[in-house]
Ligand binder design. Structure first.
Ligand code: ATP
Ligand code: MG
Length: 347
């Protein structure tokens, strides 16, 4: 039996994770659920956005299904107590280092894509982004140059162990998809990228069934817009992945449809929609639960090793949307519950 921690959080978080849990329960998979507050909801209940009980549940669980955190009521709190700190704390405590962001255009939703209609339907890619290293975590500071100028600096650094473990996540993901991995770097100018490329090539020896290619990040940004269908899985560092994954989301369009995963080395993970708590529509039953439902599918695929069950959920979501089920973000009037029902009906 697998334990799944449900951390609904704030705003529309409880509404969308509720639908995702209903979908998981319908699969008959011997799952056990435990729920705990996080974010503003936890601050209200326990005085901290990530209370010890919530953290210990997340640690005990095989995987975490997370809603969203963020509550305008707490915007003026001390930084360490703001709802957003909860997700940073979970990433740190659970040692999550690999962020997976799929981006695809669902049949019938092509016009929500920022891409030209001829190419929009072709986007179906997964970005695997390293999240514990790179310029965000290197030595940094401000100093004064010999010429008396203020200078800011952030060291970009990756060691071979860090690169090898994210490369493996990329290869594994490609193996479960269309078998193509594109490693994105800037090896023509960066030492970090030279090492990155060497280590990815070394790791490829264990994955003869995956086709590996390399691309400079500037070209990758261009190609994603020009002909996105060429990409299956992209593996890249923290900085490039940050930018490319937001670009990919816009290429796909609908914020209410896109899930994400962040994994640790032991296969545990935290699964959440890419959207936030959407305070403007919270409590109205209008949020699109598909991103949370698809996050639950990723949870089955990556932490519980149940790819068939994950496929079933994804196929059901695609069918519900293709049949015309539309929440407000997709230009319709269906409720959160109605969308959840439509997915359940097609499972
Ligand atoms: P955060 O800082 O937490 O990422 P944000 O301010 O960037 O939050 P979101 O909370 O993602 O933004 O909301 C952005 C817009 O998208 C809002 O207008 C919100 O109503 C809408 N939105 C977000 N998620 C959904 C959803 N699941 N269904 C419908 N609309 C959504
Ligand atoms: Mg945001």
């Amino acid at each position: 039996m697998a334990l799944i921690a449900i951390l609904p959080g704030d705003g529309i978080g409880p509404e969308v994770t509720g639908e995702a849990q209903r979908v998981l329960e319908a699969l008959d998979l011997d799952l056990h659920f435990e729920q705990a507050p996080v974010g503003g909801a936890a601050y209200r209940a326990a005085g901290h956005p990530l209370p010890p009980e919530t953290l210990s549940l997340a640690r005990r669980a095989d995987a975490v299904l997370f809603g969203a955190v963020g509550d305008p009521e707490f915007d003026r709190l001390d930084r360490g107590l703001r709802p957003e700190q909860a997700i940073l704390g979970l990433r740190r405590e659970l040692k999550l280092f690999a962020n997976l962001r799929p981006a695809r255009v669902f049949p019938g939703l092509e016009d929500l894509s920022a891409l030209r209609p001829e190419v929009a339907g072709a986007i179906d890619l997964l970005i695997v982004r390293e999240t514990n290293g790179d310029v965000y975590f290197g030595e940094k500071g401000t100093r004064v140059t010999p010429a008396g100028l203020r200078q800011g600096y952030d060291l970009m650094a990756y060691d071979e162990v860090e690169v090898a473990r994210i490369a493996r996540v990329g290869f594994e993901a490609a193996r479960g998809r269309r078998g193509r991995l594109c490693s994105v770097d800037k090896a023509n100018v960066l030492e970090t990228s030279q090492l990155w490329r060497d280590v990815v090539i070394e790791a490829a020896a264990d994955y003869p069934d995956v086709t590996l290619s390399h691309m400079y990040v500037d070209n990758a940004a261009m190609q994603m817009v020009r002909s996105p269908g060429q990409f299956d899985v992209i593996v890249t560092g923290n900085l490039f992945g940050d930018i490319l994954s937001d670009q990919a989301s816009m290429c796909a369009g609908s914020i209410g449809m896109l899930p994400s995963a962040t994994l640790s080395a032991d296969g545990k993970g935290l699964y959440e929609p890419i959207h936030g708590s959407a305070p403007d529509i919270a409590g109205q039953g209008r949020a699109n639960p598909c991103a949370a439902i698809l996050s639950a599918a990723m949870l089955l695929r990556h932490s519980l090793r149940q790819p068939e069950a994950a496929d079933r959920i994804e196929v059901a979501v695609i069918a519900a949307v293709a049949n015309g089920m539309r929440t407000a973000d997709l230009g319709g009037e269906a409720s959160t519950r109605a969308m959840g029902d439509a997915v359940l009906a097609r499972l």
